[in-house]
Design a protein around this ligand. Structure first.
Ligand SMILES: C[S@@+](CC[C@H](N)C(=O)[O-])C[C@H]1O[C@@H](n2cnc3c(N)ncnc32)[C@H](O)[C@@H]1O
Length: 314
């Protein structure tokens, strides 16, 4: 049985018939941004809204490999990947006075502000299906070809997603086309080995990111200039992304934790298991504590995560 049929609640989803860019689509998106009073983006913009289970499940042209991994493995995402309030504060501050926000690669809706008009853009049904009741309406689409009108939003947001985009420049170009302000939360791929887990135990995870993730300079250049601010990761970080457990080593022994970190779940288990077994042994013998025990004293740590903020000229 398909996951989407098991949804306990309808999710407002817009899926354009041929998934075209709205600039060339006969179903032009004219009315964005949406007011907060609008519950269903589909009804308002296209006269089309339906429970998720009634909508088509394939993206025209096929879905990319990166999206596919979220379709296949994203089942427990909403339990392990939740907004961390300290990181959220930084992201929301970076949105400035934007009243309308498009969250690109929105996943299950982490970090979406509740005091602004938010619309989500997300390609994976599995991720869409895990959005909680009452969360922002979703447009099913991908970053490189957004079915969204020019300048439809005050700001676009992209959190932990740009490393998955097949065409970074196209995606950032679309963010600039549909909004004047762009806010991106991502990691510095050159600092993958700042985290002891990737450096010492699963270096293949660092290698995977080094192959696919863009460098910060590439992002800044594509945006035509941007500010870049480091965001230290709290030792008790609530959002379970790759480096979130730097102060809680035994968390990496939990297969459910690893299943919600894309760089670990996309690897062959043979590239992960030996490192995990070694970590278990090192924790048992006290070897990890001898090498890294000093980290247990810290409240937060700079591991290369950054907020990139750009504002385009009017
Ligand atoms: C690590 S999740 C982050 C989700 C959410 N932003 C968060 O912070 O929890 C990455 C998301 O990017 C989405 N994604 C992958 N490829 C994409 C693309 N080309 N365009 C837009 N989103 C994409 C995935 O489906 C997934 O939901």
């Amino acid at each position: 049985m398909d996951q989407v049929d098991l949804l306990p609640h309808p999710v407002d989803v817009v899926c354009l018939p041929a998934f075209p860019r709205c600039r060339t689509s006969p179903v032009e998106v004219a009315a964005c941004p949406l007011g907060p009073e609008i519950d269903s983006i589909g009804e308002k913009l296209f006269g089309y809204s339906a429970p998720l289970s009634a909508l088509p499940r394939t993206l025209p042209g096929g879905i990319g490999e990166e999206v596919k991994s979220y379709e296949l493995f994203g089942g427990g995402y909403s339990s392990f990947r939740r907004s961390d309030p300290r990181i959220e504060g930084r992201i929301h501050a970076a949105l400035g006075t934007a009243r309308s926000v498009l969250n690109v690669g929105a996943g299950t809706g982490s970090y979406e502000p509740t005091d602004r008009s938010v619309t989500a853009l997300e390609p994976s049904w599995r991720m869409i299906s895990q959005r909680p009741p009452g969360s922002a309406p979703v447009v099913r689409g991908e970053a490189g070809a957004m079915p969204i009108a020019d300048e439809a939003f005050d700001a676009t947001l992209a959190i932990f997603t740009i490393q998955h985009w097949a065409d970074l420049e196209a995606g950032l170009g679309e963010m600039m086309r549909v909004s004047r302000r762009q806010v991106i939360f991502t990691f510095d791929v050159t600092r993958q080995r700042d985290l002891w887990f990737t450096a010492d135990y699963v270096p293949a995870a660092a290698e995977l990111e080094e192959r696919r993730a863009p460098r910060l300079e590439q992002v800044v250049k594509a945006l035509g200039g941007a500010t870049v601010e480091a965001v230290p990761i709290p030792g008790d970080c609530i959002d379970g992304f790759g480096a979130a457990y730097w102060r809680r080593p035994s968390a990496y022994l939990d297969p459910n934790v690893r299943a919600n970190i894309s760089s670990l779940l996309q690897l062959d288990p043979s590239q992960v298991q030996p490192g995990v077994a070694r970590l278990a042994a090192d924790l048992e013998s006290g070897s990890w504590q001898r090498r890294y025990g000093h980290l247990l004293e810290l409240d937060s740590l700079d591991l290369g995560y950054h907020l990139i903020v750009a504002t385009q000229a009017a």
